[in-house]
Design a protein around this ligand. Structure first.
Ligand code: PGA
Length: 251
């Protein structure tokens, strides 16, 4: 059985001093926990967090985005090779905030996943429907289309990705998908991955969207929920630790 993966997405939050207090408390409180964990930090803090995480293996370093290009005249972009220089293990691709504010298409997200994989970094590929999609009965169609683009471009490497199901209407809203709602979509994604690779059992499917200390255990207990991608609650050490603890008991 895979260990649950609890990944924090700090988004555009933090400072040199705030990062020290948050991460030190998480490191101190997570000793002996039986899950996998990561913190996906702003690129500006990769070096700082890399050094804070050195010498332990429970919490891995993650980034929040990667360029779809390899190298060259792309002002402001950060390549997968650069992330590798900081021993980044995971990178979030296709987060709904990037799809929405930076017009990232399914094709761009697939290319970003490919760049990460070729640098030996695990992409956390985010998929999820908007409220309008859900109300129109399009949830399954939307998430499958988003994932299909990544499967198509990445072929046999697909077993090396992590998927995060993040209903857009649940992100940062305090409105969580119910365990049943989340499980239903996770099962759809699981069968899509099964059809794509004989190694689909290696792929973790995370739930994200207002996961918190109070609801994590119930969500993580669902058959096809292999972990969480945590935004707001990852900024409070006690909450992130409670979610890690829930992930350590629900194997
Ligand atoms: P949230 O964010 O936990 O604050 O809803 C999750 C995410 O956007 O990854």
């Amino acid at each position: 059985m895979k260990k649950k993966l609890i990944a924090g997405n700090w988004k555009m939050n933090g400072s040199l001093s705030a990062n020290v207090s948050l991460l030190q408390a998480v490191l101190d409180g997570s000793q002996g926990m039986n899950c996998q964990a990561a913190v996906c930090v702003p690129a500006a803090y990769l070096a700082q967090v890399q050094s804070m995480l050195s010498g332990q293996s429970l919490i891995a370093l993650g980034s929040q985005d990667v360029s779809a290009q390899e190298v060259g005249a792309y002002t402001g972009e950060i390549s997968a090779g650069m992330l590798k220089d900081f021993a980044v293990r995971y990178v979030i691709v296709g987060h709904s905030e990037r799809r929405q504010h930076h017009a990232e298409s399914n094709a761009t997200v697939a290319d970003k996943a490919q760049r990460a994989l070729s640098a030996g970094i695990t992409p956390i590929v985010c998929v999820g429907e908007t409220l309008a999609d859900r109300e129109a009965g399009l949830t399954e169609e939307v998430v499958k289309r988003q994932l299909a683009a990544v499967i198509q471009v990445n072929g046999h490497c697909i077993s090396e990705i992590v998927v995060a199901y993040e209903p857009v209407w649940a992100i940062g809203t305090g409105r969580t998908a119910s365990p049943d709602q989340a499980q239903e979509v996770h099962a759809v994604l699981r069968s899509q991955l099964k059809a794509a690779t004989s190694h689909s059992d290696r792929i973790s499917i995370l739930y994200g969207g207002s996961m918190n200390a109070a609801n994590a255990a119930q969500l993580l207990a669902q058959t096809d929920i292999d972990g969480g991608l945590i935004g707001g609650a990852a900024l409070k050490a006690a909450d992130f630790l409670a979610i890690m603890a829930a992930g350590s008991t629900t194997a």
